[in-house]
Design a protein around this ligand. Sequence first.
Ligand code: SF4
Length: 209
Amino acid sequence: MRVADAYGWLMERAGPADPFDLHVVASILALAWAEALAGRGSLPFCAGLDGVALEGLALRLFPGAWPGIAVLAGSPASLGPANLGDDELAVRDLLWMYAGGGTDLQRDLAAMIARRCSRPNHLWQDLGLRDRGELSALMRRHFGALADRNRQDMKWKKFLFRMICRAEGFTLCTAPVCTDCDDFDACFGAEDGEAMLAHIRSGRPLPVY
Ligand code: SF4
């Protein structure tokens, strides 16, 4: 199978789960898969899950794909727990705190989103999604109370780290109000760009980051 076909390959092996949730997780895994094959870490590392969590997620959502995923992922037991940096742990905890329902899927999404936040593009791109609207829909669906707090529609990555800074009692802001701030475009500007899976499907190599 070509890495460009990973998303479709996963979706063909999906179980009876919600179609949007399947799409989101297949998108994240397909991009993580491409990164792993490009030598940027193991599949679990790129996805943000430890091996056991990846196996559990795959068996729940894409049961027919696990044997193929396992070849790339390695032995779950041998991978051990994920090694988290402070920022990643903070994003994971923030999302989990706001997870509406506390489901296994939300726990895994919190971990995957936190890992993908370490990539340098817009968060929707680094999750392999088609556009920013899909990320907003994901946040409303699974982290609704947190999405409600992003009333001003700040860029998602900026918003998550701003929430963390506030909780820690300090701020990255250089002005008292956003409308007076020189960084306004960095926080609220358009989140346009090419979808990463479309980029991969076009046959071009992964961007360097
Ligand atoms: S625009 Fe300025 S004040 Fe508003 S969140 Fe961004 S950095 Fe903070």
